[in-house]
Design a protein around this ligand. Structure first.
Ligand SMILES: Nc1ncnc2c1ncn2[C@@H]1O[C@H](COP(=O)(O)OP(=O)(O)O)[C@@H](O)[C@H]1O
Ligand SMILES: [Mg+2]
Length: 321
């Protein structure tokens, strides 16, 4: 199978800020690559370089066999991009937006209208087709934006944080739409800050932090890489969280995560049920009251924490950039 996207040693600086620091990425045709990382990791910069919107400083990249710099013009007609910030015109209707995009791709008057209608149907926007986008919900806008990216039937599709800012219901709806899309064999590069999103949609996940890929694999491979299990506790008070942390310290095989406000504690352990029993004995001996305790397999959240030393959601407060 040919590779739809190849990036080698991409470097991009904004003044003194190093946004991409030697990023390597290979996406085989017909697969979904999830680019997972916190705010500021370099996801949008990667997408902008690969979609010819931004020139990198070092390295090289090809998409659909075309160089993103030398063949930029030719490449543009082969890719679709739905950005972190919606590109739709607020004052036009859903139909007008798609019709306009189709005309920009020189589809011709008749064909443009047909394509707009097809896409409105496919993205469940027929009822809203003749209303200005101003009145659309967040989920509807994202669907329209995605429809716009598909007008020219691109062979490689880029979705930059397609569900950031959506409520949980719209997010699920968007996941369904994307899953349907990739079932048809589209090559997709998807960026996300949500571990469960990458887990659900991507064949492979590249975890990025500070402009480089720090881990690559399927969701299961990444989880296995972290190893062990997680002992998860719910306690009665912040003091108990601190005490339990100390008492369970000797069992930990990695960094313990304490949520003192939520009265929760997560301890990476290995040894299965025996460790659970051991933990309960230790807590009991110190008379620490445990509301709930359980053992679970590591999640992608744990993967991220283990790899980067910080939680994936830590920086989400900065989302308004
Ligand atoms: N136009 C810009 N000017 C200066 N710095 C930028 C610009 N765009 C992005 N950056 C910086 O580059 C880094 C990567 O940003 P970005 O690619 O947007 O990350 P992400 O999409 O993962 O949140 C961040 O430190 C960000 O602040
Ligand atoms: Mg971004």
């Amino acid at each position: 199978m040919a590779d739809a996207i190849v990036a080698e040693g991409l470097v991009k600086r904004y003044g003194s800020v190093v946004a991409l620091d030697g990023l390597d990425l290979v996406v085989p045709e017909g697969t979904v690559m999830g680019l997972l990382g916190p705010n500021g990791a370099g996801k949008t910069t990667t997408v902008r370089v690969l979609t010819t919107l931004l020139e990198h400083d070092k390295g090289r990249a090809t998409v659909a066999g075309l160089d993103v710099v030398a063949d930029a013009k030719q490449l543009r007609s082969k890719i679709g991009l739905s950005g972190q910030y919606s590109a739709v015109d607020e004052n036009l209707t859903g139909f007008e937006n798609l019709d306009m995009v189709a005309r920009l791709y020189h589809l011709g008057k008749q064909r443009s209208r047909e394509r707009a209608r097809e896409l409105l149907e496919r993205f469940d926007l027929v009822d809203a087709a003749d209303r200005p986008v101003k009145g659309y919900s967040g989920g509807m806008r994202r669907r329209l934006d995605l429809a716009g990216a598909l007008v020219a039937k691109p062979s490689v599709l880029f979705l930059d944080e397609p569900t950031t800012g959506l409520d949980p219901r719209s997010r699920l709806g968007m996941w369904d739409v994307i899953e349907e899309l990739v079932a048809g064999g589209t090559t997709l590069l998807l960026t996300t800050q949500y571990l469960e999103e990458a887990d659900r949609l991507a064949d492979k996940i590249a975890v990025i932090d500070h402009g480089r890929v720090i881990a690559l694999g399927t969701a299961d491979e990444l989880k296995a890489q972290v190893g062990g299990e997680r002992l998860e506790l719910s306690l009665g008070s912040a003091q108990d969280v601190a005490k339990a942390r100390e008492v369970l310290g000797p069992l930990a095989i990695g960094e313990i995560v304490a949520d003192e406000r939520g009265h929760r504690l997560t301890v990476p352990v290995s040894g299965g049920a025996e460790v659970l029993v051991d933990g309960i004995r230790r807590l009991d001996a110190e008379a620490i009251k445990v509301l709930d305790i359980g053992l679970r397999r590591p999640t992608l959240d744990d993967v991220f924490l283990t790899l980067t030393g910080h939680a994936a959601e830590e920086k989400q407060g900065e989302r308004g950039e």
